[in-house]
Design a protein around this ligand. Structure first.
Ligand SMILES: [Fe+2]
Length: 379
């Protein structure tokens, strides 16, 4: 029997903050106590103790695989560096969002999903990972082989989440073609003439592939019990399609209308934590904070900056007086866990996994002082 007590902590429970201790046995939370401190307890010095964060959508690992435009890092070393940063950010469950985006001609969109999935599996098998890593396939529907590529990955690995994406210019994330051109021309050094060709080929690919790939991938996910997410929904029609496809999570809806329709239909609305702490979307769409104000924000995701997740959980109650710290913490723990069908974590409650984060504050910025995954210290 392996037992540990973390005492003198401000425990962020699902609906309230309680000062007390947590007793952990064999990787699970055994009890929450507010009375006398048990002998041998570790003193948390009145720091906050949160459930380990659950991250559903991050492409952060890609930056470690390709740290400079023409530099390719060892995939296993990349995964380990990514994992260290994830765990040190208080994230104990991470869905690594791998691009299934097979388009050699499209700028910045060609992925390494099989390489990274293999490296994650290798690291897991070696017992080398601090956080639990699960797979999320980001499937770009307007590409020719996305369905077969995604199905091959689902057959080779335990994929838990599939998101249905379509970044064709003139819709969803890029409401106008000009917005698409400006975004990618700023991001990479391509000329206006090259961009004409890219836009034309993307529109053509959308017409040829998107509808059939969506049907096929929805069926493939349902057949394997994989959770589905829609992406960048903007219109009533997008949300209706998501509802009929059995989508559980709406990633980054780009309009308030789409967020409201999704939320009201029981689809969990996910927005970027960087969007929240920066005070707006980097592509100019609806802000996470405005959705929070309207009660439409369910889940936050660190997206491209791991430490933004914990920061956003502490920042949101400061920005919005109607939102408590436990409510904001639920957006990065219990709600994403539930949306991804992980019912054994996401809350400090007896019987659940002892995934925990000890947090102090340096000014307004949270500082991670300890991370435990299933009772084992990992950061
Ligand atoms: Fe997007």
């Amino acid at each position: 029997m392996n037992e540990m007590v973390l005492s003198n902590a401000r425990l962020v429970l699902a609906d309230e903050i309680v000062s007390g201790h947590v007793r952990i046995r064999d990787g699970r939370i055994l009890e929450i106590g507010t009375g006398a401190v048990p002998a041998g307890a570790q003193d948390c010095a009145a720091d906050y103790l949160l459930p380990g964060l659950v991250e559903l959508h991050t492409d952060h690992v890609e930056g470690h695989l390709i740290p400079r435009p023409k530099v390719r890092w060892n995939p296993l070393a990349a995964v380990l560096a990514h994992d260290a940063q994830i765990a040190a950010s208080g994230i104990t469950t991470v869905f690594d969002s791998l691009r299934v985006w097979p388009d050699k001609k499209a700028v910045g969109m060609d992925g390494d999903a099989p390489v990274l999935a293999g490296a994650i599996a290798q690291a897991r098998a070696a017992g080398a990972l601090r956080a639990e890593h699960l797979l999320h396939l980001r499937c770009e529907l307007s590409t020719d082989t996305v369905s077969e590529d995604a199905e091959a990955l689902m057959d080779a690995h335990e994929v838990r989440l599939v998101s249905l994406m379509d970044h064709t210019p003139g819709q969803r994330q890029f409401v106008s073609i000009d917005q698409f051109r400006a975004y990618y021309m700023k991001k990479s050094s391509i000329s206006a003439e090259e961009m004409d060709i890219i836009v034309e080929s993307r529109l053509d690919a959308h017409a040829r592939f998107a509808a059939a790939n969506r049907t096929r991938l929805v069926a493939a996910a349902h057949a394997r019990g994989v959770v589905l997410a829609s992406h960048d929904d903007a219109t009533d029609a997008h949300v209706s399609e998501a509802i009929s496809d059995g989508v559980a999570i709406a990633e980054f809806p780009t309009t308030q209308e789409a967020a409201r329709l999704s939320h009201d239909a029981g689809i969990r609305v996910l927005m970027g934590a960087p969007n929240l702490v920066r005070g707006g979307s980097h592509t100019g769409n609806v802000s996470a904070q405005s959705l929070a104000q309207e009660g439409l924000l369910d889940i936050l995701s660190s997206d491209y900056v791991p430490s933004s997740l914990l920061w956003a959980a502490f920042d949101l109650p400061r920005r919005e007086s109607g939102i408590s710290l436990p409510q904001a913490v639920r957006m990065v723990t219990k709600t994403p866990a539930g949306a991804a069908s992980l019912h054994d974590r996401g809350e400090i409650a007896p019987g659940l996994r002892a995934d925990l984060v000890r947090v102090a504050l340096a000014g307004d910025i949270p500082v991670v002082r300890g991370v435990w995954r299933e009772g084992t210290r990992v950061a």
